[in-house]
Design a protein around this ligand. Structure first.
Ligand SMILES: NC(=O)c1ccc[n+]([C@@H]2O[C@H](COP(=O)([O-])OP(=O)(O)OC[C@H]3O[C@@H](n4cnc5c(N)ncnc54)[C@H](O)[C@@H]3O)[C@@H](O)[C@H]2O)c1
Length: 385
């Protein structure tokens, strides 16, 4: 994983360095929402390193993140006579990364993929770890209305040959999308002291870094963004390296730790009326994650595994990063709890939650009394205006 400011203009050389001289073609799959100069920079860099570049664009919308979006990419690969050693370059946010990565996993049973994330979330999370895939929709006639979209229901593990994160691409990202990525950074900071591999030492100071660098991060200071992305990638990579396929037992933590705040978040984000105070519905995933982190922290405090000052620091950091810690428009608490029980991470009906254990550490727990979970949900309910 290479992180830097302006590194996209070096894409061709870096791909050559990684894959050698064998590949002659590269298929650039880019996000239709990107500014033209970002796509041009990638195309020019690839052509400059001698690649014949074929291209596809994708719409970055959850409703379009389906198998039918992958087909034109596969057709383009066939049309351009893409060989086994030729790379697919995914240039965009998590949606494009997941779809292009999935195309790379299945075309000729696997061609190399190079992830070039252009959202903060994709840089610190989606581009690292090898999960690729698409959503699966039940046809509308089975659901009596709009198609029922099951997120990331299909996919493959397909590790990228290279990840190239150019923080300069973040300049064109909508502020609300940028903040969504920051929620995942707070999540990483809440587990970073407890995850370490040989390549990546634990990062107990990541939380303090976020606290002190918040103004520079908000101002898109290049050095602060490079450090932010690099340190968060190290946390994600460290967790994934220890549990590549999410098979670790609960007491070992593993990839499940990355779901901190997410069981609350998934339940809240699928509620049609839920929104962050002062922001229009629907809730963005990152906003729901921030609210989920606040709920998980409150739960940990009630269970005695997080101190009140630690809880206060987490809530203060969310505020500093202009992330919500409460939701408006929530239905009665038992309804939210019921949605949490239907989360795909729930095993055999038992609520399995990631609970902070101190600032920087968390563990998987299946023994949390429902009354405590309900109290945590209530704690993120915004007061009626
Ligand atoms: N594979 C994984 O491990 C993993 C992890 C987390 C999330 N995901 C997936 O990632 C997706 C969310 O990704 P995301 O948050 O990056 O959102 P996204 O891909 O939907 O992009 C968000 C928006 O930003 C636009 N955009 C992207 N880069 C831009 C730029 N530089 N300038 C201007 N606009 C830009 C896109 O066109 C889109 O409108 C979800 O589908 C989720 O399931 C995957």
């Amino acid at each position: 994983v290479l992180v830097g400011a302006g590194v996209l203009s070096d894409l061709g050389r870096l791909v050559r360095e990684r894959l050698g001289s064998a590949p002659s073609r590269a298929c650039l799959v880019s996000d239709r929402g990107l500014p033209a100069p970002t796509v041009t920079a990638a195309r020019t860099a690839l052509a400059g390193a001698g690649f014949h570049v074929s291209e596809c664009t994708l719409l970055a919308e959850e409703t379009s993140k389906t198998l039918s979006a992958v087909e034109p990419v596969l057709a383009e690969l066939l049309r351009s006579r893409h060989e086994r050693t030729d790379p697919i370059i995914a240039l965009g946010g998590g949606i494009v990364g997941d779809l292009a990565g999935f195309a790379a996993a299945i075309y000729r049973r696997g061609v190399p993929v190079v992830q070039c994330p252009t959202t903060l979330l994709a840089m610190v999370d989606a581009s690292v770890g090898g999960k690729t895939g698409a959503n699966l929709a039940l046809p509308a006639h089975d659901t009596a209305g709009a198609p029922d979209l099951k997120k990331n229901m299909i996919g493959a593990f397909h590790q990228p040959a290279l990840v190239l994160a150019d923080v300069n691409t973040l300049g064109s990202l909508a502020p609300r999308e940028f903040r969504a990525g920051l929620a995942e950074c707070v999540k990483h900071a809440m587990i970073a002291a407890g995850v370490a591999r040989a390549t990546y030492p634990a990062d107990p100071d990541l939380f303090t870094f976020l606290e002190s660098a918040a103004p520079r991060i908000a101002a898109l200071d290049q050095a602060a963004l490079v450090e932010l992305v690099a340190r968060n990638v190290a946390v994600k990579a460290s967790v994934v390296a220890g549990d590549e396929r999410e098979e670790a037992p609960d007491d070992a933590g593993g990839r499940a730790l990355l779901n901190l705040g997410h069981t609350f978040a998934h339940a809240i984000e699928t509620l049609p009326g839920a929104h962050a105070p002062g922001l229009p519905a629907p809730l963005k995933h990152g906003e729901a994650v921030a609210i989920g982190l606040a709920a998980a922290a409150r739960l940990a405090c009630d269970l005695g595994s997080l101190s009140q000052p630690e809880l206060d620091r987490i809530l203060a950091l969310l505020q500093k990063l202009t992330l919500p810690a409460q939701a408006s428009g929530l239905p009665p608490t038992p309804e939210v709890l019921d949605r949490m029980r239907h989360d795909k991470k729930v095993l055999s009906g038992r609520l399995r939650l990631i609970v902070p254990d101190s600032l920087g550490r968390a563990r998987v727990r299946s023994d949390v009394p429902e009354a405590q979970v309900m109290a945590a949900i209530d704690s993120v309910r915004a007061p009626k205006p």
